[in-house]
Structures are given as structure tokens and as C-alpha cells.
Design a protein around this ligand. Structure first.
Ligand SMILES: [Zn+2]
Ligand SMILES: [Zn+2]
Length: 271
């Protein structure tokens, strides 16, 4: 059984809580420590079981809270060497204690198995994670410029997915953003559009998939209803009408989702 709650998602800070009955981790810590704790409280999550923070990549919207969460709250930090190098370019971040993992090599945190895998994004060594325990799998991938065969392979047979659905192509191109920024976002190391997210999700979805959380939505170049509709249509076209699609928010936590049996799930708390 795994519980999952996206505490925050977007360019202002990303943080996702994943927990078995025994062990909890955060994927990324892009909120301040105070805000992270406040949102866990709001979601009814007790932080005492937190055993680690898994960092996908060094961008500030994924790392802003690591220093205080590690020092003041004693939570262990996990990242690969490239990401640690990237974080340590900031002199104030050089004294943190890290647990290094190798991209592609699964590791354990108590009863959670963590599988980090490469994703294309404009930083040192970005990864996504699959976290599993006792047959329940959750995939978390944000900040990817395009999908790859490896990403699709890793995300198959998951019960829940947190996937970037960053922008609507038309809204991005019609926005006031500079051309170079538009090209960076659309590029192969930028961010995933609604259309590409929908294709990825419907490609990897299987009978066991219950919940999809669309993540890292651009506030300027996306609209939650458009993002949901895009993935909904793509899933329905493949007969995957059983999958619930949710949008995550920058300003508040998602529902807490919990795997109840091998084929069903229940939301606990509606935030
Ligand atoms: Zn990001
Ligand atoms: Zn990023």
C-alpha cells in the first residue's frame, strides 16, 4: 500500500509525498521547510515517518527547502552526483550531508524500493523515480523535455503517476514570453506539453493504473481544464476510462491518494 500527495507543483516549488504504512519520502523539496510542514499538516500527514528527500535535479523549484529540512528536521537527502554538484554550485549548500545514488541503480529506504532513471532536461543529471513496495508502484516524473523509451518502460504497471503536463502549445506560442524562452520550454530538454503528456500517459496506462496527477502546470501557458481534457481524451480513446485524472496546484496540496487493494483505490481527505 502506498499513499501519495502532491504538496505543491509548478515553477514556484515542487514537492510530492509518497509513503508506505512504515516509511515516507518526499520527491523534491522546492517549498520552504515551513511551507512543506504546513502543507503536510493541512493534508493530515504526520511528518514523523519521513525518512528521506529524493531530489530529481538541482533547479531551485525542486531544492529550495533541502537545507533547512535536512538541518533542522534531520531528514536524509538522496541525489546523484551530478545533481549534488549542481546544488553545491551555491556556496551556502556545500555543507549538506548527502546519500548518493547511481542513476539506473535501484536502492532501498526501509521497505520502499526507489528506482531512479534518466530524463531529458536542461541540468546536470536529471532523473524521474518509480517508488514501489509490496507490488504497489508509483511513478513521479516532472521536468522532461520529451518522452523516451526508457521513461515509458519505467512507468508501465504503475498504480499512480505524477507526470508533468506543463503547457498548452498554442497558449505558449501566443504568450508574451521571449522567443528564446519559448524555444527552451518546447525543446527536447525543456518541459512536456499537454499533448505529449497525454500521449505518454495513455501509452503506459494499464488496468492497474488508478490515478494520474498532472504536474508542473505553467500558470501563464496552461489551463487546468485543458490539461485534464487532453489526457482524459487520450485515455478514453484507449479504453482507459477507469483512470482518474487530477490537476495538481502550486498554491495547495492535492488529495491524499491511497491504494486500497490491487485493483481499487480510495481518496482519503478531499483538500
Ligand atoms: Zn521544475
Ligand atoms: Zn527543472
Amino acid at each position: 500500500m502506498l499513499r501519495i500527495c502532491v504538496l505543491a507543483s509548478g515553477s514556484g516549488g515542487n514537492c510530492t509525498y509518497v509513503a508506505s504504512p512504515k516509511t515516507a519520502v518526499l520527491v523534491d523539496a522546492g517549498l520552504s521547510a515551513r511551507d512543506t510542514m504546513r502543507r503536510m499538516d493541512l493534508a493530515g500527514i504526520v511528518p514523523a515517518g519521513l525518512r528521506g528527500i529524493l531530489i530529481t535535479h538541482e533547479h531551485t523549484d525542486h531544492t529550495a527547502g533541502v537545507s533547512v529540512l535536512s538541518r533542522r528536521h534531520g531528514i536524509a537527502l538522496y541525489a546523484n552526483s551530478g545533481t549534488i554538484d549542481g546544488i553545491e554550485r551555491n556556496p551556502r549548500m556545500r555543507t549538506l550531508q548527502w546519500n548518493r545514488f547511481m542513476t539506473g541503480a535501484p536502492f532501498l529506504i526501509d521497505d520502499l524500493t526507489i528506482e531512479p532513471f534518466s530524463v531529458p532536461h536542461d541540468c546536470y543529471d536529471p532523473v524521474g523515480f518509480v517508488i514501489h513496495t509490496n507490488g504497489t508502484r508509483v511513478g513521479v516524473v516532472t521536468d522532461m523535455g520529451m518522452t523516451t523509451t526508457l521513461i515509458r518502460e519505467r512507468l508501465r504497471q504503475c498504480h499512480a503517476l505524477v507526470i508533468e503536463s506543463n503547457h498548452d502549445e498554442r497558449l505558449l506560442m501566443e504568450s508574451d514570453r521571449p522567443w528564446t524562452l519559448k524555444q527552451r520550454i518546447r525543446g527536447s530538454q525543456g518541459h512536456l506539453s499537454n499533448q505529449h503528456a497525454a500521449e505518454l500517459i495513455s501509452d503506459v496506462a494499464g488496468p492497474e493504473l488508478s490515478h494520474v496527477f498532472l504536474a508542473h502546470l505553467s500558470e501563464e501557458c496552461n489551463i487546468p481544464e485543458i490539461a485534464i481534457e487532453c489526457t482524459r481524451q487520450s485515455l478514453d480513446a484507449k479504453g482507459m476510462t477507469h483512470v482518474a485524472v487530477h490537476c495538481t496546484r502550486q498554491d495547495r496540496p492535492s488529495n491524499v491518494w491511497q491504494q486500497a487493494t490491487s485493483a481499487t483505490s480510495v481518496p482519503v481527505g478531499d483538500l
